[in-house]
Unconditional design. Sequence first.
Length: 126
Amino acid sequence: MNGLNVTSARGRHLRFRELVILWLRASGIDSVTARREFRKISDTLSEPQQPAGDLLGIDGWTVNVSTGVTRDLSGDLDRVQQAALREGQDGGAVVYTRPGRPVGDAYVLMTLDAFSSVLRDRAARG
């Protein structure tokens, strides 16, 4: 199972984000962390600009996670790409939960251009 036994939408989102982080770290991406969460809007406004994305520390990427029942693929991808552009990142991706499946079976949405870049980088490493 995916371990998302939480009743609130925000709780499911935070739990899924944590599971994705744990999975990525177990896969060798040790630098990944969660974006800092604030309880009050005043704390958010007083904090210096945070990097965009739900997941931080993935070099060259802005990554969001989503647990929504309905998926706005185009809108979600546009938002993460715009955030990546603002941050000067190479690409953006959205990780979607697959209900009833392990976190490693989650969907990852990115453009074909971004996917080809990933493949080129992998080929260049040998």
